[in-house]
Design a protein around this ligand. Structure first.
Ligand SMILES: [Zn+2]
Length: 376
């Protein structure tokens, strides 16, 4: 951890010297006429690892994002946001007004339950292992690993961020998320990218059932030592939905309370220039729900979910389907994996790696073509 965060000022001096020698202005913005210095490509792992100043030299690297907070809200039916409106869900509406979003994203096609969808979000894979999926079909922690379910090592967004020399964290509110600690820490692969950063791909794992206390721990860490990639799982709507009925009054109250918790996270970022200038917040859900549960993958109430992006340079108030011609709004349909794809929660892994100018998750399918555009 300590070694990974060490900076090497001498290299920065060398790079600054190279700029001067080349007669280039390090502050020149990206775009036409920007100098191309191949040895200083921002995507270069060397530049990333040293924390050296990076000159934007190509389209793929011209966003300001150096940090991603990816939030999954368990059991969030996007209809709840519409029904509660701006007065009761001001933070969700803020993300939509100041960021890019859709309330018509999709879960993975096969299942609308927690673990298969979160595993998809973290790996960029569908469920069905016969078609390159992660293979984790159970909605519980089976005591094993995702690798065992797939029959081979399954890389995650944590692997990519960590192996490229950056720091990662997971804050989750259900005990079954220990599956991911076991999968990517205890049984993480050897790091063969650049310097060896070890096998534990998630630098800090915090699991706490109480959503309010979990968010307090998260905001404390964001203030103290923010990571380059933080995954956050909030479970209040799902818990109350199972206890009382999804989309019922108690459930809607839980979504309102979740908006307040989300507000604490967003405010922590927005109030700190050092965070606000480079932090992308992504938000989606594992599934929706209506009535008693959410386990029917052919029910629109279960498979329709939100996907939001908020951060520096993200097109404000734009619909993600309008911003990204390579993907297609599914209307009301469930959609298959053939033809043009809707935005799915499983796009989260590679939307994050793309924003961070890192390689796509090995073996991933969703947004591996980099079709989702947040920046317009
Ligand atoms: Zn549930």
């Amino acid at each position: 951890m300590t070694a990974r965060r060490l900076r090497t000022p001498w290299l920065a001096v060398l790079i600054a010297g190279a700029f001067l020698a080349a007669g280039c202005q390090a502050t020149r913005p990206a775009g036409a006429g920007a100098p191309v210095l191949p040895s200083l490509s921002p995507a270069s792992p060397a530049a990333k690892k040293t924390g050296a100043p990076t000159a934007p030299t190509d389209e793929a690297a011209d966003n300001a994002v150096d940090r991603v907070i990816a939030i999954s809200i368990d059991g969030l039916n996007p209809r709840a946001i519409q029904q509660l409106g701006r007065s009761r869900t001001p933070t969700f509406h803020r993300l939509m007004r100041e960021g890019a979003y859709t309330l018509n994203a999709r879960t993975v096609r096969e299942q609308t339950s927690t673990m298969p969808n979160h595993t998809a979000m973290l790996t960029g894979r569908r469920v069905d292992a016969k078609h390159g999926g992660h293979g984790y079909t159970g909605n519980f922690d089976n005591g094993g690993t995702v690798h065992q379910a797939a029959g081979h090592y399954v890389a995650s967004v944590f692997d990519v961020v960590h192996d490229n020399g950056h720091s990662t964290a997971m804050f989750a509110s259900k005990a079954k998320f220990r599956l991911y600690k076991r999968t990517w820490n205890t049984h993480g692969a050897r790091d063969r990218t650049g310097r060896n950063d070890g096998r534990s791909k998630i630098d800090r794992v915090t699991i706490h059932r109480n959503n309010t206390r979990l968010v307090a721990k998260l905001t404390a860490e964001l203030r103290r030592s923010p990571r380059e990639f933080t995954f956050v799982h909030l479970s209040l709507p799902d818990r109350v939905g199972h206890a009382h009925s999804f989309m019922g009054g108690d459930y809607l109250d839980a979504v309102q309370r979740t908006d307040q918790l989300l507000g604490r996270i967003v405010k922590t970022v927005a109030d700190r220039p050092a965070l606000r200038r480079n932090t992308l917040v992504l938000l989606t859900a594992d599934h929706g729900g209506r009535g008693a549960a959410h386990y029917n993958p052919s029910n629109p109430q279960d498979y329709r979910i939100p996907f939001m992006a908020w951060g520096p340079g993200v097109s404000a108030g734009r619909n993600l389907y309008d911003l990204s011609p390579g993907i297609e709004s599914p209307g009301g349909s469930r959609t298959s994996y053939h033809g043009k794809q809707p935005i799915r929660n499983a796009d989260l892994a590679n939307v994050a790696t793309d924003a961070l100018d890192l390689p796509r998750v090995p073996g991933s399918e969703f947004d591996s073509q980099r079709r989702i555009d947040l920046f317009g």
